[in-house]
Every structure is written in structure tokens, then in C-alpha cells.
Design a protein around this ligand. Structure first.
Ligand code: ADE
Ligand code: ZN
Length: 321
């Protein structure tokens, strides 16, 4: 692009990123060849059109078929962390979905050891990063309980639990008991809410699950009282602008509720959600906001908020920024 200069990416903490969503077309093809799928994925559209969250989840689940072994998960985790570092991420709190892989016959152990060792290796080279295990909400509460049981033997590999996948019809209150058990185990708590579900889902995530951050939270903006509380209690919202436009939760970037959330003084942060599918890493998300009118001061606030909302202690926080 003539006339543009390469920017040094703004340092941020990326708090809403699904490692499985970092499986880009090159890695997809190489895992496909390695694992006996031949050239079946060669023609796969690298930038598909989505109409909603479910259309993305269906496409992603098809792609994930190529991941089979512990080494595959290790390589995918390492590839994400390399790309994230280049995009300015100095702290990563990253989601994984063990149940999605178990559903297609991959043992939880391969997922946890593969992703876990990639994150441990990156930590050893000075990157601040940790995993958060997500419960796949449309598999239900019993599956979530089974997930927690299955991952607890790998407790050293993750710091918290989350709730993701198809939202509507799967309210947070269904997961009360499993979140209580995770909290009792000392795990940090987050949940997707208000991406497609209404403000009641956000309220339940706070009141019933006692989560510390809300992933997305867009539709909380329909409820002024709820937003006042989110501002008052300094509850972080991990917003993913390119994802929201791609999945049509928001019509155009210029109309993104993030701008109004910032005006209210909410602790908004920016992340990439599934960077291989929605147009790039966190730096591309910040760039898209800039192109839609975000000021330098707003971008700096978003970066500062990301560190304030990260699950790190004061000493680590100072070392990061
Ligand atoms: N899994 C991956 N990306 C997601 C999103 N944006 N919402 C819910 N679940 C997801
Ligand atoms: Zn997400």
C-alpha cells in the first residue's frame, strides 16, 4: 500500500482469543497432508462469508478435522503465539475447547498436553501467556462437568474456565454448578455473553456464574442499568470488532457499540477472537477501529484497559508495561 508506513504495533494483552481460531489456510493444508486428508482442504476459501455465529462454528468445526495429535496442538499453539507477539501481544490469555476435539475422537490429553507445552515453551522464552479452558455451551451442563473432570489432571496448564460456542438457548444459569466447582478449585472465571444473546445473558453470567470478565458483552448496551453496573464495578468487556462485523452482530465498524461503551467509561478491551477467520490479529482489529474513527487516546485506553483486566498480579503487570 503506497503512502502508508509500517506502524509499531501497540502493546496489548489479548484476553479473548480461541487458539483453534488461529488455524489459518497454510497450517490447515499442512496438517491435512500430514494426517491423511491429502489435498481435500486445498480449495478451502480462506476468507469465507458468514451470516451469524453458527455459520462460523460449522465452518470451523469442519476445518478442525485436520488436527489429530498432541504435536498438531503444540504446533498450532506455537504458531498463534508467534503471530500474536508480532501483532503486539505481550500477554495472552487464550481459550481452548477440549470438548470440540473429544467430540471427533481426539483425547483431552492430546489437546491439553499439546497446547499446554506450547504455552509453557513460550513462557520459558519470556512471553506472558496462559490458557483458559472453555466449556462448549451447546453440549450442555453435563458435558461441562465432564470437561472439568477431564482437564483437572492438567491443572498446571490452565488458569481459568470460560463458556463459548452457540449462545442463544444456552443461558449461563445452566452452568451454575460447574462454575462454582471451578471457582472452588481456584480457577479464574469468564464467559461469552451478549454476543447474540440478550442482556439477561450478561446479567446471569455476572450474578449466577460470578465471572470476572464478559467476553463480547455487546447486547449489554440494550440495558442502561446493566451498563451502569458494568461501569461501576469495572467489569471488563473483551470486545472483538472484526469478529462482530464478520458474524453480523454489528452492521458496520463505524456503528460498533464499542465507541459508546468507551464514552460510558466501561473497561473495554480489544481482541481478535478467531484471527484466521475474521481478518487478522489484534493489531488488525485496532487498525480497523482507527479506520472507523477511533482516536489515538481511545486506542491507548483500550490497550491500558487490557492490562488492567488481565489476570496478572501487580508485579507482573509492571513488568509487562
Ligand atoms: N468460539 C470461537 N469464537 C467464538 C465466538 N465468537 N463466540 C462464541 N464461541 C466462539
Ligand atoms: Zn470468542
Amino acid at each position: 500500500r503506497p503512502g502508508t508506513t509500517a506502524r509499531v504495533p501497540l502493546p496489548v494483552a489479548e484476553l479473548h482469543l480461541h487458539v483453534e481460531g488461529a488455524l489459518g489456510p497454510d497450517l490447515l493444508r499442512s496438517f491435512a497432508r500430514l494426517n491423511g486428508f491429502g489435498t481435500a482442504f486445498d480449495g478451502t476459501d480462506p476468507e469465507p462469508e458468514f451470516v451469524d455465529l453458527q455459520s462460523f462454528l460449522d465452518r470451523r468445526d469442519g476445518d478442525l478435522a485436520v488436527l489429530r495429535t498432541e504435536e498438531d496442538f503444540h504446533e498450532l499453539g506455537a504458531a498463534y503465539l508467534r503471530a500474536a507477539r508480532a501483532a503486539g501481544v505481550v500477554r495472552a490469555e487464550s481459550f481452548i475447547d477440549p470438548m470440540v476435539h473429544l467430540q471427533r475422537g481426539v483425547p483431552v490429553e492430546a489437546v491439553m498436553r499439546g497446547f499446554g507445552s506450547a504455552f509453557a515453551e513460550a513462557r520459558a522464552t519470556g512471553m506472558s501467556c496462559d490458557l483458559i479452558v472453555c466449556f462448549t455451551r451447546d453440549l450442555g451442563a453435563e458435558a461441562a462437568e465432564a470437561t472439568l473432570d477431564a482437564v483437572l489432571p492438567f491443572r498446571e496448564h490452565f488458569i481459568g474456565v470460560g463458556l463459548d460456542s452457540a449462545e442463544v438457548g444456552w443461558p449461563p444459569s445452566l452452568f451454575r454448578d460447574v462454575f462454582a466447582r471451578a471457582a472452588a478449585d481456584g480457577l479464574r472465571l469468564v464467559a461469552h455473553a451478549g454476543e447474540e444473546g440478550g442482556p439477561d445473558y450478561v446479567r446471569e453470567a455476572l450474578d449466577v456464574l460470578h465471572v470476572e470478565r464478559i467476553d463480547h458483552g455487546l447486547r449489554a448496551m440494550e440495558d442502561a442499568e446493566l451498563m451502569a453496573r458494568i461501569v461501576d464495578e469495572r467489569i471488563a468487556l473483551t470486545v472483538c470488532p472484526l469478529s462482530n462485523v464478520a458474524l453480523r452482530a454489528v452492521p458496520r465498524m463505524e456503528d460498533h457499540p464499542l465507541f459508546a461503551m468507551l464514552e460510558l467509561g466501561a473497561r473495554v478491551t480489544v481482541s481478535s477472537d478467531d484471527p484466521a477467520y475474521f481478518g487478522g490479529q489484534v493489531d488488525a482489529n485496532l487498525e480497523a477501529l482507527r479506520a472507523a474513527g477511533a482516536t489515538e487516546a481511545q486506542l491507548e485506553t483500550l490497550a491500558r484497559n487490557s492490562f488492567d483486566a488481565a489476570f496478572v498480579d501487580e508485579a507482573e503487570r509492571r513488568a509487562l508495561t
